[in-house]
Design a protein around this ligand. Structure first.
Ligand SMILES: CCCCCCC/C=C/C(=O)SCCNC(=O)CCNC(=O)[C@H](O)C(C)(C)COP(=O)(O)OP(=O)(O)OC[C@H]1O[C@@H](n2cnc3c(N)ncnc32)[C@H](O)[C@@H]1OP(=O)(O)O
Length: 309
């Protein structure tokens, strides 16, 4: 596995201390995010979703989708994945996976303090896999609100192992994010939703300005016929579908989320999310209808599951 072309230095990377970052968001950010992941996209009267973008029935605050938390790593890493010891071509970066734990429902505005650490680094030969953990705290109380583990798949950046054994490091229990086994039986629920051709252009306003999602030339260099959808936008569609179909529209039931990005999505494609319930866990997979390809799979762990849901 030893590679001359890659200059990634695992020891240097693993010893890097990440600076803390402060960030604030408002209701406007939460509402813009909700629109970016398709809330009310088909029906502006949608009784399950209007609360994410509007103070319906005089509600004091809008509700916040749990996947909004997935934006926090972007805020905690203002320079992107630019760390001492990590060498890769940013144009070949793909989002591989996202794991989120929510310790309480997100409020509609907050001042946050993010603490970042390297959770994993793996040499896959043709790629490097980097896992970055962000813990987000309420600035005033110090309370831990949520944790994100972002996995980046860096094409062409593998081959940095110094021995015949591929380098692999992670500091968390592997079963926490193990790939889900999709049940063979009929899904409990299926939800179909259309992303808009302009979906990525809207979603990027929530803070991920990677030109892979907006610039036709950059998308071609990265190997795609046109700009692709942000993985976290697809995840937002899938989790929104689960909240609608399984949680009766209550986003506060969501405790943790895993999404593995298996294939790119083009904005405008129709997404079909299939869901299976296993105890308090919803296993799901999302496919692009026209291409009949699975693009995302994972689970959503709920705080409770009762037959009344
Ligand atoms: C703060 C700044 C950071 C911002 C980062 C976020 C920027 C956002 C970018 C995006 O949103 S990109 C769009 C969303 N992502 C995608 O569209 C990617 C979709 N997935 C794919 O295209 C493919 O799955 C892949 C990632 C290219 C991998 O396919 P490939 O055929 O190359 O892999 P395999 O040969 O099957 O496996 C090799 C090796 O890698 C492991 N692996 C495979 N897929 C993933 C994955 N999604 N995440 C993590 N690891 C992955 C796989 O297990 C194999 O390992 P071993 O089993 O050999 O150990």
């Amino acid at each position: 596995m030893a590679g001359a072309s890659s200059k990634t230095d695992p020891q240097l990377l693993l010893s890097h201390k990440f600076p803390e970052a402060a960030f604030a968001y408002t209701e406007r950010d939460a509402a813009l995010y909700a629109l970016g992941v398709g809330a009310c996209g088909r029906d502006p009267l949608d009784a399950d979703e209007l609360k994410y973008v509007y103070h319906e029935n005089g509600q004091q605050f809008i509700k916040v989708l749990p996947t909004f938390a997935a934006l926090f790593p972007l805020q905690s890493l203002p320079d992107g994945l630019c760390f001492p010891g990590l060498q890769y071509d940013p144009q070949l970066l793909l989002h591989g996976q996202q794991y989120i734990e929510l310790y309480k429902p997100l409020s509609s505005s907050a001042h946050l303090q993010h603490k970042v650490s390297l959770a994993g680094l793996h040499d896959k030969g043709k790629a490097a896999v980097v896992e970055v953990e962000t813990k987000s705290f309420d600035q005033a109380s110090g309370e831990l609100l949520c944790m994100n583990r972002l996995t980046a798949y860096l094409r062409g950046a593998g081959g940095f192992s110094k021995s015949s054994q591929p380098f692999s490091y992670s500091n968390y229990p592997p079963n926490q994010v193990r790939a889900v086994k999709i049940p063979k039986d009929k899904p409990f629920s299926v939800f179909e939703d259309c992303s808009q051709p302009s979906q990525a252009l809207l979603y990027r306003l929530s803070g991920d300005y990677n030109p892979l999602h907006s610039d036709p030339m950059i998308a071609k260099i990265a190997g795609f016929s046109r700009p692709i959808l942000h993985g976290l936008c697809t995840l937002g569609f899938a989790v929104r579908a689960i909240i609608k179909c399984i949680c009766r529209g209550d986003p506060d039931l969501v405790k943790s989320i895993l999404g593995k990005f298996l294939l790119h999505v083009y904005p405008g494609e129709t997404l079909v999310t299939e869901m299976w319930v296993e105890g308090s866990r919803v296993i799901y997979q999302t496919r692009v209808k026209a291409r009949n390809r699975i693009v995302l799979s994972g689970f959503v762990e709920l705080h409770r599951w009762t037959s009344s849901l």
